[in-house]
Design a protein around this ligand. Structure first.
Ligand code: NAD
Ligand code: TYD
Length: 355
């Protein structure tokens, strides 16, 4: 048996592949374009593992997809591949539409062509699981209840609009063709192998180099943070037991403002790697710098995860305190990985974004 994952050299996909092969002998075929966000270093632990087949390619490439389905006949597809950074989508939305919308469409079409020719029993077992985001629901006011699966779609950034479009395509393939799909909408993830353009790894990275910690606007925007391995376990539960055509919201029960996140990170770093006495810094908090806000910045996201909990028995296993401590320790011990990531492309993005 084989599962096809896309985007498995990125942050969540690589954690998923590693966790999967820790718990199962089922082969993973991993299709990734290796954009700036995809890194073979994330899956170096799987390099000599015969159960992991890496294919360098694009989910938009129809003939490659056809070849992969013919050769590997996966019993499930899990679609992680995406352009995933909101700030980049503001800077250049087009590639987001290409990968997130057209790419998902091509993957759905290839999956449908494969699935419709399967024998009845295999057809029943086939799954297409689409990994999406809570950002499709838009922004919550301070006292509004968290997002449920039936919350209205109100995407506000080019990124969330492209993910919303892909969710609609997945839904349409179920409704129109009967493709056995599942969709997950998850809150913000953190953990090992996250590209240091996102808030948590960026702050750890800059703090360790005594560089400014940029906080957009007033820093009171709220996100619901989930440790990445809990997201991976939720995806496994949905793949195993989710009801066809259904959407499952996944969240960490951890609403925190950005400024609180940055204070927590600085507090942990102050304990683990105290600022040297011969520097002007007393605490990493001295590096905090409020900068211009992101255009259209969503104020608050929060997830009501009671459906996945009641139907599938999933709950996060990490608290924010345990997950964030593991994460900071991982980045401190994996500075070589961070240095590898800081390529010319990374430097030019940082120059452009924070000039
Ligand atoms: P990421 O940016 O770290 O990784 C994306 C991966 O997809 C990279 O390896 C990249 O090379 C690959 N990729 C990009 N375009 C491709 C293409 N056309 N063909 C094949 N591969 C391609 O993203 P991530 O944070 O790991 O997110 C994975 C998925 O989870 C995305 O769909 C994202 O929308 C969703 N999600 C992310 C979060 C989060 O907090 N990171 C939260 C909820 C949902
Ligand atoms: P990010 O990690 O980019 O995830 P998302 O935009 O998908 O939620 O950002 C998380 C929050 O942190 C978001 O409210 C924007 C904010 N942020 C900053 O304040 N400074 C930064 O340098 C970055 C990258 C993000």
């Amino acid at each position: 048996m084989t599962v096809l994952i896309t985007g498995g050299a990125g942050f969540i996909g690589s954690n998923f592949a590693i966790n999967w092969l820790d718990q199962s002998d089922e082969t993973i075929v991993n299709l990734d374009k290796l954009t700036y966000a995809g890194n073979m270093g994330n899956i170096s632990a799987l390099q000599d593992d015969g159960r992991h087949i890496f294919i360098h390619g694009d989910i938009e490439d129809q003939s490659l997809l056809q070849k992969i389905f013919l050769e590997h006949a996966p019993r499930a597809v899990i679609n992680f591949a995406a352009e995933s950074h909101v700030d980049r989508s503001i800077d250049g939305p087009e590639v987001f539409m290409q990968t997130n919308v057209i790419g998902t469409l091509r993957l759905l079409e290839a999956s449908r062509n494969h699935w419709k020719n399967l024998a009845e029993q295999e057809k029943d077992k086939f799954r297409f699981l689409h990994v999406s985001t809570d950002e499709v629901y838009g922004s919550l006011t301070p006292n509004a209840p968290p997002f449920v699966e039936t919350s209205r779609y109100e995407p506000n950034s080019p990124y969330s609009a492209s993910k919303a479009s892909s969710d609609h395509l997945v839904r349409a393939y179920h409704h129109t063709y009967g493709l056995p799909v599942l969709t997950t909408n998850c809150s913000n993830n953190y953990g090992p192998y996250q590209f240091p353009e996102k808030l948590i790894p960026l702050v750890i990275h800059n703090a360790l180099r005594h560089q400014p910690l940029p906080i957009y606007g007033d820093g009171l925007q709220i996100r619901d943070w989930l440790y990445v391995k809990d997201h991976c376990s939720a995806i496994c539960s949905v793949l195993d037991k989710g009801r066809l055509g259904e959407v499952y919201n996944i969240g960490g029960l951890n609403e925190k403002s950005n400024i609180d996140i940055v204070h927590s990170l600085c507090g942990i770093l102050d304990e683990l790697v105290p600022c040297a006495a011969d520097t002007p810094l007393k605490s990493y908090k001295d590096l905090i710098k409020f900068v211009k806000d992101r255009p259209g910045h969503d104020r608050r996201y929060a997830i009501d995860a009671s459906k996945i909990e009641h139907e599938l028995g999933w709950r996060p296993s990490e608290t924010f305190e345990s997950g964030i401590l593991k994460t900071v320790k991982w980045y401190i011990s994996n500075q070589e990985w961070v240095e590898d990531i800081r390529s010319g492309e990374y430097q030019s993005w940082i120059q452009k974004q924070y000039k």
